[in-house]
Write a protein that binds this ligand. Sequence first.
Ligand SMILES: [Zn+2]
Length: 316
Amino acid sequence: MINGDAVSERTAPIGRFDICMSPREAANWNSQRKMILQNQLVVPRMGDVTRFFLLLVWVSTAIAQTTIQFATVSQDIVEKRLGAYVSKNDQREPAVRQIFEDAGCAGERLTEQRVKGLKAPNLICTLPGATEVVIVVGAHFDLVEAGDGVIDNWSGASLLPSLYQGIEGVQRRHTFRFVAFSGEEKGQLGSKAYVRELGNTHEQVIAMVNMDTLGLAEAEVWVNHADSKLVQLMELTAAVVKLPVSGMNVDQVGTTDSEPFREKKIPAITIHSLTSATLPILHSPKDRIAAVRKDEYFRTYRLVLAYLAVLDQKLD
Ligand SMILES: [Zn+2]
């Protein structure tokens, strides 16, 4: 796919990666059309489990020479944060706050946004960049109190601070807002409130990256509810950092925090990990930390982190 020696990846002592795409490699990429397969997650009915492939999306992305930089936190830390879940809704927001503060997002950078009808606010960690154009990275922290809500969605919420840390030390063109949303399970109340408030601030949000339900498998994208350019850039990222990603449409499963953004015509993408085999874990007593596949989860972290660095470079 991509010529091995054209991609240079070096690990600095602090765990920083440089990923370069040479002009030759970029030309290779442009000359190839990579397919992403969209799978449709079909909710089984009457014991009938069906999986089928939908359509193929042709991807060709124009790439100039690009260097992206990011610094990964260790798998130990990512897993420790995953393990810091609490199982009661009223304790979740303080628990996310604690991890943000541990990761260095505190003081003026960490703000709360009240959500009408809910006790728990949205929690927003802002990482300034060279411009005030914003990329939102979101994940809800609330849960259905059947299991521990680790998969859905502590897996996403507890990753936000590690993503913040991963790009905090590099130059950025965009301002990033890492938003831990309240009330997703009550009808995306937190993300709806966030989008509504954008109407007052007139802040320019050029992309929203949503994480919901990670760690059941390698990273997956809800392709037919995602902006096509954001999907292409995800493919590019996965190819460059050599991490797996696939398409899995979950239209029949439910909805999530990217949808209020899409309704406002803000390009959005949702990353998840659902498969028909793991679907029964959602909103059930089986949603416990034992259900997380640790290596897949850490690879998802690295993929999303690299993706944010790519978006920062490639979006205008
Ligand atoms: Zn969820």
